[in-house]
Structures are given as structure tokens and as C-alpha cells.
Design a protein around this ligand. Structure first.
Ligand SMILES: Nc1nc2c(ncn2[C@@H]2O[C@H](COP(=O)(O)OP(=O)(O)OP(=O)(O)O)[C@@H](O)[C@H]2O)c(=O)[nH]1
Length: 853
């Protein structure tokens, strides 16, 4: 399946650039040759994989605003690594990375795929490195997915668009990366474009990302006949004090390398800027690095301090994963400029898995926290992405955090409590794959043949478990705490949009259900609910685009023959916060000739605020913004402990108290899942269920399912009572936290629109001159323009942002509106704050909309 490799030629740019024979002036034409393809990953004839050196591994991701050039940059990386033979163009729909058809046709990156390639850095005598590149989505609807993929990265490259600067989505993802302490470097892309501004973008990094930029490169523009700096040609390497000039129009493999003498002679303005940049770099690094200060004091000169000393300090400080020092590079991927030095920087400054050998975990269903050491020999891996492949079936992308994942071994999924077998292991090269025998600690690969694992599940080796003895092979209890280990679980946010989904015919029901369950394994932020009465299925998710893509995937890739209805906002229902209704119900029904009968007492109470997870009493279950509690009591409330025990014994031995409780809870959850008013899920409600065995137990007729039905009926009836007298304040709508970034001149319009036409509350205005608690940007070095881009035409320098809370309903279609208000320059991000009770007039509007639809 894979072709024999071509040997690397000696004639490569990295060897030459570092060779001492480089002419002190003059040009050296260099050519980058293809690295042998995958020589390091081929399983040998004996079935043993070649050893992998963790110090020579980088697990990285690219985070960027949509359209910043992530796909284009990735393509170039693959090309220069020798993996692809031709450069794919996003615009042609032929890229290697975005291999799902839905992504190609939309031209945006949706799914986190992981891809492996290798890169030999330019430093003389370097060994090849294995880079596992994990693709992260750029669209706001997929923030959850970004957060999920960020967890498996050791480091990240942030790509900025040199024209647009730091966009809102980038800020958001940056903060997530900060939260997880992921070391980052920044690549300012698209510097070839008219209006590109490197200096102001560097300032913006400080202003908006609150990070200290360590400028490692300066862009070089060639002057056209009119004397304007117009054509982006290359960059000055501040650390190594050299200049790279790319061939115009080539594939980027030919690079002219010059030294500073050339720069001084040909571009004196840029030369003096480069000197300033080096002083700024050494000063910045010295602020946090005593060792470098020592070196500096010995030498006493910013310019003669060795590049190795600077690199060492840069690496040390970047690895902290804080924003104290963030390397900033520049380029234009589309013009094939700057990508090889970027790859070098990935190796130089981003961590290997050994740099962070401990991973946060939780045990015992989230109750205990701890750390997992990479030296632990028991296997622990995270399924960070499940992708359905038409030929191979479910591909489960995993990162191994400890131990070794071995082919043909059995795994135990601690999230689902099931056992599975590893049929095949693959290492992925975009849509091409190589079979491997094992995936060692710190590495990334794909498991084929798992039937259950979903995105986000934790997998350990199975031999630490024994069967629970209940005869069910698939449900086992862990033999020790390790059996409950969870790798950094993240909360799945509640869905805010939904649509009905229906098979085209009855015979399509089963294939549709199968396709949906695959989709849910891939993306746990999608939800499916089935209406018990009508049997109608609803799919819900985090955004309109999220659901549209789910539909495209379902119909296109998973071949489901189904129709999705209109995408609507997922409202919630509640009961008035002062209300409390209680009633007792006895459920009685003949099922298959047998009478099922059980009773329970339920009270429902409206809550002003949703309950806080983790704060309930042991008796309370907090789920989807509600509290459910179950008590099993005697008729008289004054019981001693012993008497309470005997009350329980009034229930037959065949009924397990814990099972009874969970049946009652699931009955209550079913009632809360479908509100009495319009059928939306209920929130901000407490449901108390009380069982008095002397009244509610009817011998063998009182089965667990009878109790569940009783709880559902009673809770539904009580909720109906609670809203019967008062329709006010019982619909809740999703409220969003919105951050809009606009040019100064559009600020007034945008604020006015948000607060008057959209019913939002503006909380904060930022940007411009009135920055207070952000970092002091006057202390930040940003290159002035020996290159270009100091013309301040209301571009990145004049950006302002608005923070507001706005109902989601008013944000539908907002992007288009914002674009037209701001001549296409405004951007925004939003995330769910919570649900708020709607006023009567708003609720009436919603009702009209729902009924009209
Ligand atoms: N002029 C110029 N255009 C670029 C450069 N890099 C990317 N582009 C263009 O910008 C657009 C977006 O590039 P992509 O690589 O698809 O961006 P992306 O960040 O992967 O976008 P998503 O996958 O949608 O998040 C494409 O039309 C590219 O051709 C560059 O260096 N210069």
C-alpha cells in the first residue's frame, strides 16, 4: 500500500544554512528535498514496531480563527515533510487534512483528525522528529470540540491572519489553551495580503491575548517601482541572525539565505529594526530567566549572545504554558513562505510528551482527583475522537497516557463500563494508514474494531478487571480504583438548538437509528431524544451549523434515508418559582396479562436558580438543572434507625433499594424531559419522591418498572398542576454571552443594535485606549515598519470589543447582520450563559413562531 522511500538528498536547505562554509555575503540557492516517507513507522517483518523516541515526538495542534489559514499551513507542512507529492489547495477542495466530504464542500475544518508526519530540523546533525498533528475545528459552533481536542495536545501553533489580527474566536480558544497550560507559539500568516500589518498584530497579541510576544522574525517586503513595500518575500531570523528570501511563485523549497551583512547593505532600515528586535527579545527573556541574565552579564551584548542560549531560554519559558513569553513567527503559507522555519520552531519550542509527564485524572466516578504518571506501566488511553470510515468502520483516535496499547489485547472502557478487543491499530497519514502493532506512551494512533467507545471515553487494559459474577460479560466492576480512572473528563454543554428527524419510510427506522448512534459516538455534544407518546425523534446540538453538518453527515456519509425538520431553538420550561404542588398517584396497568401496580408521593417545587452540581446532599440527584430526591419512609415520620431498617424490609427481598431508587429517578427524569406546557425539557425544578411501603407497595405487582411509571405519572401530573394556574414565567430561553469585535467607528452602531433591537445587556466595552487590567502594552516590543504596515487606517490597531448578554433567539442570523453593519469587518463569538425566564410578550412571540413553524 505504501511505496518504497526515496532517500533524502544531501542538498537540503537546513544543512546548508548551518554549514560553516556558507558564504559570508552572497546568495546560496537552497533546495528542500523530500524526507523519506514514513521510514520510522513501518512495522518490521517480525511484527514489532520500530522504537519511538518520545523526546523526538511532538503532539501538537493548530488553533486558529476560521479562515486564518490552518488548512493551508497544514498542507504545506505535509508537503515539506515529504508526505504529500503535491500541494493541496483548500479552494480546490483537494486537501489531505480535511478528508470528510462535508468538510471539503464547505471549505472549513470540522473534525479533529490526527495525522502523523516527520520533520528533521535545520540544526546540524538533527534526528528526524515525529509530529502528530491534531486538527482542531475553527468554527464557533465547535468550541466544545476544540476544548476536547486541546486536551490531547502537548503544544499548539496559533495561526493569526495578518490582516484581521486577533479575532474573537482565537481569543476564546487561546483562553482554553491557557486554562490547560498548553505551550503555544504564534504564526502570523497571510503577510502577503494587502493591508497585512505585522507590527500592529504583535501589539494585538499583547492587548487581546494578554500575552508577551517574543518576536523571533521580521517580514521582508520587496519594494516595487513606486518605492512601496509591497511584495512579501521572506523573513529575518532574529535568533540566528540570518535572512530567508523565498523564490516567488515556486513551491517554497528554494530559499535564498543571507547573513546580516547583506541585510545591512541592502536593507539598512530593516537591519536596524532587526537589531532592536534582538535587544527586545533578550530583554524579555531575561525578565524571567536568571540563567540567561548570567550569560548576558558575562557577554554584555545582546547581539553576541549565542543563539543557542536564546533558544534554550525560549524553550524553557515557552514550555511553562503561560503567556509570559510567546514566540511569534511570520509567513504566508499560501505563498509558501515561512513554513519550514515554523516547523523548526515547533521542534525547538514546543514540548515533547516527556516535558509534561503527568496527567490529571479523576477516580471513583469523579469523586477523587489525582495524577497519572507516564511511567505508570498500566495502560491508560483517551479516545479523543471517533470517526466513521466507510471502509474501516469506527476509527477511534486515541492518545496513550501510560503503558502501551497493544493489538489484539482486551480493553476496558471505564466511562461505559464495557470490555472490548483491539482488532487493529493504525497510524494515520491523513486518509492513508499504516498498520502497527502497538502505540506506546505519549503517542497517538487509531484503534479499529471497537464497538462502543465514544469520543471522550477512557480506556485501560482489561486484565486489571475481573468479572462481577452476574453473568453479564460486558458489565464488570473494577477490581481497584484504577478501574474507575477518567482522563480529564469535560462537561458536555447542554444543547440549544434542535430539529425533528424522521426516516423516509418505516423500514428506514433501524438504519437511521444505527447511523444516529454512530454520529453520537463521534460527537457527544449531539443528543437524540424520542418522544414517548408520538415516537418522534429529536436531534439537538450546540448551533445551527452543528445540526446542519450532523444532517449532511447522516445523509451523506452514513447513508441514512431521513429528513430533518426546521432547526429551532431549544427552549426550556419551568414552574413558577414560588409554586409547590404535591400529589400521590397509584399506577395500575395490565401488561402482558399481568397487573403492574405501584404508588408514590411526589412534590414539585419551583427553584429560582438552577442547582449547582456537586452541592446536593447524598440523597439528591442533580441533573439538567433539576434536583430529584427519593425517600423511603414509614407513615409516621418519627422512626428510630432500627425502625427505618424494618420499613425497608417491608419491601420484598426481590426489590433492591438502590434499584428502586434509580427506577424512581428515571421515572422523574422522563417527566422532566418533556414539560407539560410545550414539551420542552423542564429546568429549575425540584422533584421529591416519597415511598411509603405501607401505602405504595402492592406485593408482586409492584415491579421496578411499575414504580418508574408511577414516578413519571405523578411528576407529570404535579408539573401540570403547578402551571395550570399561572402561565407566566414558565418558558425559559437560552441566554448567550456574546463578544463582538469591531472597528472603533462601528462601535456605536453595534452597541445600539445589541441593546435596543436585540434586547441585550451590554456589560463591558473594551479595546481602544482604556485598557486597565490587561498587560501594559507600552512595554511590549512590536516592530515598527521597516517592513510595512504601520499605516493605521482603522485596522487592527483600532479594534474595540463589546461584551453583552443577549437572548439566543436574537442572535440567529446575527453574523450576516453584523457584517453588513461593519462592512464585513466585525466578528463575534458566543457561548451559553444559562436559561432565563421569559417575559410574557417574549413568550407569546416564541409561541407564535413555534406554532407557525
Ligand atoms: N493571501 C493569502 N491567503 C491565504 C494564506 N493562507 C491561507 N490563505 C487563504 O485563506 C483562505 C482560508 O484558508 P484555510 O487554510 O482554509 O483556512 P482555515 O483556517 O483552515 O479555515 P477553516 O478550515 O475553515 O477553519 C483560503 O482561501 C486560503 O487560500 C496566505 O498566506 N496568504
Amino acid at each position: 500500500m505504501f511505496t518504497p522511500v526515496r532517500t533524502a538528498s544531501n542538498n537540503c536547505w537546513r544543512c546548508l544554512t548551518h554549514s560553516k562554509t556558507i558564504p559570508s555575503l552572497g546568495r546560496t540557492i537552497l533546495s528542500l528535498q523530500n524526507i523519506p516517507k514514513r521510514f520510522y513507522a513501518t512495522p518490521s517483518a517480525t511484527g514489532v514496531d520500530a522504537p519511538v523516541d518520545l523526546a523526538h515526538t511532538r503532539n501538537i495542534g493548530i488553533i486558529a480563527h476560521i479562515d486564518a489559514g490552518k488548512t493551508t499551513t497544514t498542507e504545506r507542512m505535509l508537503y515539506y515533510s515529504g508526505f504529500t507529492r503535491r500541494i493541496g489547495e483548500v479552494d480546490e477542495g483537494s486537501t489531505v487534512m480535511d478528508y470528510l466530504p462535508a468538510e471539503r464542500s464547505r471549505g472549513i475544518t470540522i473534525t479533529s483528525a490526527a495525522i502523523t508526519f516527520n520533520w528533521t530540523p535545520s540544526a546540524p546533525g538533527s534526528q528526524p522528529y515525529t509530529i502528530n498533528l491534531i486538527d482542531t475545528p475553527g468554527h464557533a459552533d465547535f468550541t466544545f470540540e476544540v476544548e476536547r481536542s486541546i486536551r490531547v495536545l502537548d503544544g499548539a501553533v496559533t495561526i493569526l491572519d495578518g490582516v484581521a489580527g486577533v479575532e474573537a474566536q482565537t481569543e476564546k480558544v487561546w483562553r482554553q489553551a491557557e486554562k490547560y497550560g498548553i505551550p503555544r507559539l504564534i504564526f502570523v500568516n497571510k503577510l502577503d495580503r494587502v493591508g497585512a500589518k505585522f507590527g500592529p498584530t504583535v501589539k494585538e497579541i499583547a492587548l487581546k491575548l494578554n500575552a508577551w510576544p517574543a518576536v523571533l522574525q521580521l517580514p521582508i517586503y520587496e519594494q516595487d517601482k513606486g518605492g512601496r513595500d509591497d511584495i512579501f518575500r521572506g523573513l529575518v531570523d532574529i535568533v540566528e541572525k540570518r535572512v530567508f528570501v523565498w523564490d516567488l511563485g515556486g513551491d517554497g523549497q528554494k530559499i535564498d539565505v543571507h547573513d546580516y551583512n547583506w541585510l545591512e547593505e541592502n536593507r539598512p532600515d530593516l537591519y536596524s529594526e532587526a537589531l532592536t528586535a534582538r535587544v527586545a527579545l533578550v530583554e524579555l527573556l531575561s525578565e524571567h530567566d536568571e540563567e540567561l541574565v548570567e550569560v548576558f552579564l558575562d557577554i554584555g551584548d545582546h547581539h553576541t549572545i549565542s543563539s543557542d542560549a536564546i533558544k534554550k531560554s525560549l524553550r524553557k519559558q515557552t514550555l511553562r504554558g503561560s503567556s509570559e513569553v510567546v514566540p511569534v513567527l511570520c509567513g504566508a503559507s499560501f505563498k509558501n513562505i515561512g513554513v519550514q522555519p515554523l516547523l523548526d520552531a515547533v521542534i525547538d519550542y514546543l514540548p515533547s510528551p516527556l516535558d509534561k509527564p503527568e496527567t490529571e485524572i479523576s477516580y471513583d466516578h469523579g469523586k477523587a482527583k489525582g495524577v497519572l504518571s507516564a511511567s505508570e506501566d498500566r495502560l491508560c488511553a483517551l479516545a479523543f475522537k471517533v470517526v466513521n470510515d466507510p471502509k474501516r468502520g469506527a476509527m477511534v483516535f486515541v492518545r496513550v497516557y501510560s503503558g502501551t496499547l497493544v493489538r489484539a489485547h482486551h480493553l476496558y472502557n471505564t466511562t461505559l463500563g464495557v470490555k472490548e478487543r483491539v482488532h487493529r491499530l493504525l497510524r494515520m497519514y491523513a486518509d492513508d494508514a499504516v498498520d502497527i502493532q502497538s502505540i506506546p506512551t505519549g503517542h497517538i494512533g487509531v484503534i479499529i474494531g471497537l464497538k462502543n467507545a465514544r469520543t471522550g471515553d477512557t480506556l485501560i487494559s482489561d486484565h486489571h478487571h475481573h468479572h462481577s459474577g452476574k453473568g453479564n460479560k460486558h458489565h464488570q466492576k473494577a477490581s481497584d480504583a484504577f478501574g474507575t480512572v477518567q482522563l480529564r473528563p469535560i462537561e458536555v454543554p447542554p444543547p440549544v438548538f434542535f430539529a425533528s428527524i424522521e426516516p423516509n419510510s418505516l423500514s428506514e427506522q433501524k438504519p437511521l437509528e444505527d447511523a444516529l448512534s454512530m454520529l453520537l459516538r463521534e460527537d457527544p455534544s449531539l443528543h437524540i431524544t424520542t418522544d414517548e407518546d408520538s415516537g418522534q425523534m429529536l436531534i439537538s446540538g450546540m448551533g445551527e451549523l452543528h445540526l446542519e453538518i450532523a444532517r449532511d453527515r447522516l445523509v451523506g456519509e452514513l447513508k441514512a434515508k431521513a429528513e430533518m425538520g426546521r432547526i429551532l431553538i431549544s427552549y426550556r420550561e419551568t414552574i413558577p418559582s414560588t409554586s409547590e404542588y404535591e400529589l400521590r398517584t397509584v399506577f395500575e396497568k395490565e401488561i402482558a396479562g399481568k397487573l403492574a401496580k405501584a404508588g408514590c408521593h411526589v412534590s414539585v417545587i419551583g427553584l429560582n436558580e438552577p442547582p449547582i452540581l456537586g452541592l446536593g446532599t447524598p440523597n439528591e440527584t442533580i441533573v439538567d438543572g433539576n434536583i430529584i430526591s427519593v425517600d423511603i419512609v414509614a407513615p409516621e415520620q418519627t422512626l428510630t434507625m432500627e425502625e427505618a431498617e424494618t420499613v425497608h424490609t417491608k419491601l420484598p427481598k426481590s426489590i433492591d433499594i438502590e434499584e428502586l431508587k434509580s427506577s424512581l429517578i428515571s421515572g422523574a427524569m422522563a417527566a422532566l424531559g418533556r414539560g407539560p406546557y410545550l414539551g420542552f425539557p423542564v429546568r429549575n425544578t425540584s422533584v421529591k419522591i416519597t415511598i411509603d411501603p405501607s401505602k405504595d407497595y402492592f406485593g408482586t405487582e409492584s415491579t421496578l418498572s411499575a414504580y418508574s411509571s408511577a414516578a413519571r405519572l405523578a411528576a407529570t401530573a404535579a408539573l401540570k398542576e403547578a402551571i395550570a394556574s399561572n402561565e407566566e414565567g414558565i418558558l425559559m430561553e437560552p441566554m448567550m454571552n456574546v463578544i463582538v469585535t469591531v472597528d472603533e467607528k462601528d462601535l456605536g452602531k453595534v452597541v445600539g443594535d445589541l441593546s435596543s433591537s436585540r434586547g441585550g445587556h451590554v456589560l463591558e466595552l473594551g479595546g481602544g485606549d482604556e485598557e486597565v487590567d490587561r498587560l501594559d502594552t507600552s512595554k511590549v516590543y512590536a516592530p515598527g515598519q521597516a517592513g510595512k504596515g504601520n499605516d493605521n487606517d482603522g485596522g487592527v490597531g483600532g479594534k474595540r470589543w463589546v461584551v453583552a448578554t443577549v437572548p439566543l433567539k436574537e442572535m440567529v442570523g446575527y453574523l450576516k447582520h453584523l457584517r453588513s453593519m461593519t462592512t464585513g469587518r466585525g466578528t463575534f463569538v458566543m457561548n451559553l450563559l444559562g436559561w432565563e425566564r421569559m417575559t410574557r410578550p417574549r413568550a407569546v412571540d416564541v409561541l407564535k413562531d413555534i406554532r407557525g413553524g
